[in-house]
Design a protein around this ligand. Structure first.
Ligand code: HEM
Length: 271
């Protein structure tokens, strides 16, 4: 299955964000460990799945899992391989006024995590957001992503380095490279992200110009973590507004998906 493989890349998102703090803690690692025990408790017996089981809608547009996945991706995108800073460190809570972080789902998702009573001195917001990705993907029928706690929450905003739809392919490729992903992984990441949810007209009026359809799903199965986004792209039946939208400048998915002549999309279409 395509997304079992893509899950490995998603696991990279979670894993790469453990970063230096994890490396330092391994030298003093002891078991039992209060933080890891609490993380296990939340993972296996906690309440996060209540939000994600069955990939539920949020209102009449997107789903909670889609919003949680996007939030974590944007938070992770501040990672710099050059200086080892950023990553999934919950800096997104200080970055919501940046143009690249527009979207109702961001604040709603943060509120989910902060209101459920899990975040505290033992398990920080970044660890809970990463756990949210695990539940989001499983809740929509995707694979179980390996999870590990130990992130350190940021206290300030990171750089505004999240790729934006109107940027050219070279700029986006360079930004993913800074996050630690090569051009093939960029294609896989965007495809596996955009298997869920879609684009809101109120937040992106230059992308979704059809006011009759205020929310446009990326594919016809927005509540399933599957490879429909890939198959419909290759079959020229895609409805992804970031691939075929009226504004050519913001056809970011099209540029990325086809950036290697569809080789990666074809490879994962066949799995
Ligand atoms: C060049 C890279 C990317 C661009 C330009 C981009 C752009 C966008 C835009 C404009 C939206 C609409 C948001 C809204 O209306 O609230 C969106 C939604 C979404 N993106 Fe991306 N994205 C990119 C990569 C990714 C990646 C790598 C992931 C995850 C691995 C991801 C996950 C999502 C999800 C799950 C949604 C749906 C959110 C919802 O339905 O509320 N995106 N993206």
């Amino acid at each position: 299955m395509l997304f079992h493989n893509i899950a490995l890349i998603q696991a990279v998102i979670v894993a790469c964000t453990v970063g230096d703090s994890y490396a330092q803690s391994t030298s003093t690692f002891q078991w039992p460990n209060a933080q890891l025990s609490y993380a296990d408790l939340q993972l296996y017996e906690g309440d996060l799945s209540i939000f994600t089981d069955g990939c539920p809608m949020r209102g009449d547009s997107s789903t909670i899992p889609a919003q949680w996945l996007r939030l974590a991706y944007h938070d992770m995108s501040t990672h710099s391989v050059d200086d080892g800073t950023g990553g999934l460190d919950s800096s997104i809570q200080y970055e919501l006024d940046m143009p690249q972080n527009i979207g109702e789902g961001m604040a709603l998702s943060l509120n989910d995590f902060l209101s459920i009573g899990i975040v505290g001195p033992i398990l920080g917001l970044a660890d809970v957001m990463a756990m949210g990705v695990v539940f989001a993907v499983v809740g929509c029928g995707g694979p179980i992503i390996p999870y590990r706690a130990g992130r350190i929450d940021a206290s300030t905003a990171g750089p505004g380095s999240v790729p934006q739809p109107q940027e050219d392919l070279a700029t986006q490729t360079e930004k993913f490279k800074q996050m630690g992903f090569n051009a093939t992984e960029m294609i896989m990441l965007v495809a596996c992200g955009h298997t869920l949810g879609g684009v809101r007209q109120v937040d992106f009026p230059l992308i979704v110009t059809d006011v009759e359809d205020a929310f446009q799903n990326f594919d016809t199965t927005p509540q399933a973590y599957d490879n429909t986004i890939v198959s419909q792209f290759l079959q020229n039946t895609t409805q992804d507004v970031l691939s075929i939208g009226p504004n050519v400048t913001t056809r970011s998915d099209f540029r990325i998906f086809s950036s290697d002549g569809n080789v990666t999309m074809q490879r994962y279409h066949k799995k």
